[in-house]
Design a protein around this ligand. Structure first.
Ligand SMILES: C[S@@+](CC[C@H](N)C(=O)[O-])C[C@H]1O[C@@H](n2cnc3c(N)ncnc32)[C@H](O)[C@@H]1O
Length: 298
């Protein structure tokens, strides 16, 4: 998987994300977050844990009123909307899925956030060269990038980040040396065409090569196991509606992939890390906070 042509990537994303917004709404939380949640409480609900995850990302990025935030791979707009609504950010989301962008635009309009939040159906690589942001997030996107493309991807993010800016990368990892197996073939053929996972170490090396300084790394692997378990339970609870919307084959394929994901996260076959970065040597806004306390304070 040496290169990801834009058209090929667009088709791969459409295969997974344009299945049907109604289908995803059956098992995702009300904010339609399609990445690992953050369970502050042992028995927390999916809805609360997803809201807490969005807040966690904003706090790690120290999003402040009036700051510009780029949400790369914004899905159905949850983080961009949260940052605009709760932190006063000027949020800009981009997604390769038209169904997601249309859904997000309708939500932004319904919430009256159009003056400070927008989502575009756009490939990250098609943002203008002049685009600059105070804060950048990529939540659940690196899995689609392709390992050979990491230098270009992180290089682009670095170029778009203003001095004093912060970048948060939230993504699934895999043990060293991703190689095709029957499981990965099922995933890439039926679920995530073009999907490719790197180890944390490989990812961090490419980030450092792209002139980023790594400020914080947090493992959320068991949170993702739990998130996937909640998705499985919700999808099964809505089996008849799901079959009516997407058909038996897609319903079963998604159920199988989500169930396998629970096991893979529980057994450490795959991991989930949030990595917070700034430009290497950047002292524009002084030192980063010495502790994590501001992130977790209620
Ligand atoms: C797993 S979803 C995560 C969505 C969202 N961040 C969330 O947490 O719910 C991955 C997202 O990455 C987007 N994506 C992948 N490659 C992209 C690219 N080159 N440009 C823009 N978006 C991309 C997909 O369209 C999708 O919205």
């Amino acid at each position: 998987m040496s290169t990801h042509a834009k058209t090929r990537d667009a088709l791969a994303i459409a295969h997974h994300y344009d299945v049907s917004n109604e289908f995803y709404a059956l098992f995702l939380d009300p904010l339609m977050v399609y990445t690992c949640a953050y369970y502050r409480e042992p028995d927390g609900t999916l809805a609360q844990a997803q809201a807490d995850k969005l807040e966690l990302v904003c706090r790690k990025l120290r999003v402040a009123p009036g700051e510009s935030l780029l949400d790369i791979g914004c899905g159905w707009g949850s983080l961009a909307i949260w940052a605009a609504q709760h932190h006063g950010a000027r949020a800009h989301g981009v997604t390769l899925s038209k169904a997601q962008a249309d859904y997000a635009a309708a939500r932004i309009s319904a919430l009256g956030l159009g003056d400070r939040c927008r989502v575009e159906h756009l490939d990250l690589r098609d943002l203008p060269d002049s685009a600059r942001y105070d804060k950048i997030a990529a939540v659940g996107v690196i899995e689609h990038v392709g390992i050979p493309n990491y230098p270009a991807f992180f290089g682009r993010v670095h170029a778009m980040l203003k001095p004093g800016g912060l970048y948060l990368n939230h993504g699934i990892t895999h043990g060293f040396h991703w190689k095709p197996t029957s499981q990965t073939e099922f995933l890439t053929r039926h679920v995530f065409p073009n999907g490719e996972l790197a180890s944390l170490t490989e990812t961090l090396v490419e980030m450092e090569r792209s002139r980023f300084e790594i400020l914080d790394v947090e493992c959320l692997r068991l949170h993702y196991a739990r998130t996937c378990r909640h998705w499985v339970e919700r999808l099964q609870a809505h089996a008849d509606e799901a079959r009516a919307i997407v058909g038996e084959r897609t319903y079963r394929t998604w159920l199988l992939y989500l169930t396998c994901s629970v096991v893979a996260f529980e057994t450490s076959s795959i991991g989930l890390y949030q990595v917070l970065l700034q430009k290497h040597g950047d002292r524009t806004r002084g030192d980063a906070p010495a502790t994590r306390e501001t992130i977790y304070r209620r």
